[in-house]
Design a protein around this ligand. Structure first.
Ligand code: NAD
Length: 307
């Protein structure tokens, strides 16, 4: 399969590496000059579950690459999605599938402004990754990557992408309910990511505070009210229990938003709690937790001089 990775940061490099190793023709797209230069000069260094490797892989800015692709995986941060869609228009054919595994809410609507619904594949992944230096990344986990076609009558093309991912060791799975999985993941990020960032603590420390139960219930209730307006049923108790179970598994980990702030990079808060705060206002609900968390994260970005 001829594949482009649109946004080749931590996850993009990990997925790109695995798919190239699995025999696909993969090109990395990015805007970060130092990173592109390092990959062109020294290859891409990837450590997958502790095992180091280095591969030669085509890389460039979207405007430099003239090819079209069978499948494009988007791995920008949420706020970079629209700009990337603008920059990859010339790489799309009528059949190009676009896969979006970003955290956050509302991405399918943004993508549908550029790509026909039949070609949009939405999903979530529990693989994790990090950028250690330009051209050097690590990638961890065993999956799964759960995806579903936005147009339910177009399963076949998505099943080919699922099979390709499974063949590459990425543990691709065809999901019947990606919308629910996306909202549940947004609840994980809207609680743990946001709170650990504000409290400057790891997940274990957060779950040891005496306030965590009330905070989780408050935030998840606000998410569930908006999810319901989209036809998604989020059982608050079930999600809070899921958060506890997730926290036990990841323990001493600092979530990605905490790391974004530490690295003085903007957070995805506007696509998580920010969406819930905004939609609640539009729909006439109170959402004090999400509204204040969004304000406080932006205040923290301001203090750190993040634009
Ligand atoms: P990332 O920050 O590593 O990369 C995103 C973009 O930012 C890339 O284009 C990258 O080149 C650029 N970038 C990164 N560091 C930079 C720097 N110092 N200077 C300039 N540009 C830089 O993002 P990611 O972690 O791969 O996440 C992509 C999406 O996947 C997000 O929506 C994220 O929430 C989601 N996600 C990430 C993980 C994870 O473990 N990293 C897990 C699940 C979902």
């Amino acid at each position: 399969m001829k594949i482009a990775i649109a946004g080749s940061g931590a996850l993009g490099c990990g997925f790109g590496y695995m798919m190239q190793k699995g025999g696909n023709d993969v090109t990395l797209l990015d805007f970060w000059e130092e990173h592109i230069k390092a990959i062109k000069e020294n290859g891409l260094s990837v450590t997958v579950n502790g095992k180091e490797d280095n591969v030669i892989i085509p890389v460039g800015k979207p405007e430099e690459i003239k090819d079209t692709f069978d499948t494009i995986f988007i791995f920008t941060k949420s706020m970079g999605l629209r700009n990337m869609l603008e920059k990859i228009k010339h790489m799309l054919t009528e059949e190009t599938k676009v896969v979006c595994l970003l955290n956050g809410l509302g991405h399918a609507d943004t993508i549908s402004e550029y790509i026909p619904k039949k070609n949009i594949i939405m999903g979530t992944t529990v693989w994790t990754g990090g950028l250690d230096a330009p051209g050097k990344t690590h990638f961890m986990g065993e999956g799964p990557v759960e995806v579903q076609n936005s147009d339910e009558n177009e399963e076949e093309g998505t099943r080919q992408v699922v099979k390709m991912m499974a063949d590459c060791g990425l543990n691709g799975i065809y999901s019947q309910n990606v919308h629910f999985t996306t909202w549940r993941k947004a609840c994980v990020n809207g609680t743990m990511n946001a709170l650990c960032s504000l409290l400057d603590c790891n997940i274990k420390q957060l779950f040891e505070t005496s306030q965590i139960d009330e905070l989780n219930h408050g935030i998840v209730s606000e998410f569930s009210r908006i999810a319901e307006t989209e036809g998604i049923k989020l059982d608050v108790e079930e999600i809070v229990n899921y958060l506890k179970a997730t926290a036990e598994k990841v323990g001493g980990h600092y979530p990605s938003m905490h790391q974004d702030l530490k690295n003085k990079r903007p957070t995805e808060i506007d696509f998580l709690n920010g969406v819930v705060a905004k939609e609640s206002e539009v729909k006439g609900f109170e959402a004090p937790y999400c509204k204040q968390i969004t304000q406080l994260i932006h205040a923290k970005e301001d203090i750190l001089g993040i634009k």
